[in-house]
Design a binder for this molecule. Sequence first.
Ligand SMILES: [Ca+2]
Length: 557
Amino acid sequence: MKLPIPKLKKSGLRWADGAVVYQIYPRSFQDSNGDGIGDIPGIISRLDYLKELGVSALWLSPFYPSPMADFGYDVADYHGVDPMFGTLDDFKELLQKAHALDIKIIIDIVPNHSSDEHQWFIESSKSRDNEYSDWYVWKDPLGFEGGFPVPPNNWLDLFAGKSAWEWVEARQQFYLHTFHVRQPDLNWHNPQVRKAMLDMLRYWLEMGVDGFRVDAVPFMGKDPEYRDEPANPHYVNGRDNPYHSLQHIYSGYTDEHYTYLGMMADVLKERAFRGRKRFMITEGYTERIDPVSEYLRYYKSMDPEVAAPFIFEGIQLPWEPHVWHDFLGEFHKTLEEFSPKALASYAFGNHDQWRLVTRIGEERARSAAVLKLTLPGVIFVYYGEELGMHNVEIPKDKVQDPGAAGDIQYGQGRDPERTPMQWSADEHAGFSDGKDTWLPLSPDYKEHNVAGEEAKPNSSLNLYRRLVNLRQSEPTLTHGNFRMHSSKGHPLMAYSRNFGKESMLVLINFSDKPTTYGLSNSGHILVSSLNLPTQPEPVQGTIPLQAHEALVIRIDK
Ligand SMILES: [Ca+2]
């Protein structure tokens, strides 16, 4: 009997359903000119690797002209490319070559702040009455103590944990910097700023980019009264960044930023860009009080057809079955009820967070790869995650990250998760043929690299390739719904993805002991996190799982 072919949920506007987005931190992916810093021509030279891995899209962390006070997240010109990374023509070539391989490109948008070297800020700093004077957040001092101006409130900067206000003599006023002192916050209350930022999105869409990742969104809207923030009772002095001594309820996370995000998402829907698919993902860490509701608020503020917030549970939840069981069950039920268009968007690592393997260990990270690549929606792979790259210890004199100032415990900031990609056992891991690299390489790169892992059938890289390929080729994984099957409290989590009459079952053993699962029908194992079968293995009845093993099983029809 011929089974009916399941109907695909077609979306005219977006490419992100089931997509695998690979995040490139341009400084650390591939150096093409021997200066020890990765660049855009380097990325172009590695497109074949990315095609082989099977990714749908690349997200590039910022490549804009920048004094690099925060390695590019301090943008001095939203419309160009820093010479360190190449030229605008290099970027256009990357777009064209990636598109020829059917790989989309999304770029990083930094709307909350610019560099202090941006022309807007240079002008804005000069006086209180010029064209750009109201483009940043300027405030009068509360008064003067001992001749020194007193900041307008108690807000803190996230990098150094000191006052977020910096005095400018020429204006006799403070400007606000939620991040580094060289990253002044833009004034989104000003319609001219909003227009400039939305026009900037149009500029890149017209060039051909396929969407955006939007940085640090909760801070775009500030309390209009600029009230003092209350103390955080959970703060531990001497352990935590002093920034966390306050509850950030006025410096960010206000109602306004949702409105601004809605405006940004609407640009993607404009008539001029119809006919090309696109998507936008926003970076807003939840306050962890009620994550599902907090995420839903983002879904409600942007058209879910073209935008979604990052879901950071892959970074923030401990690797424990009951928390994952609860979150996935509740979140996907809520999302389905809200809108069939709403798309989940999972990251398990990025340039600001400890690497997955370092957080949960190698065996668990392989199970987490099975989880990630079988979840609904769009998922992200941080460069090197597919190799099982781990955090690298950075000697004190080599630390680069300005955020290290607030990293009381380790003093290394985010450098350990930003070290150069490990391509081969050659000098500098094939990342650069220069004298030195901007951050040191992992000491284990000779054992752990792309060339070596390609040759090992059960390597992390080959597990990722198998899983990415499965996700891209199975409509069940691309478009299927999500149903939790296991019961709370069991060390094994079981869920299925279902599409028409097809069903894929995923089993994840969170325990360091073997366990079993009773299958009511028969099926075929397509992937095990421990051992990649050369062909589907038939199973029925009681299925044994090794410690930390995860399985993907196609249920027989
Ligand atoms: Ca370079």
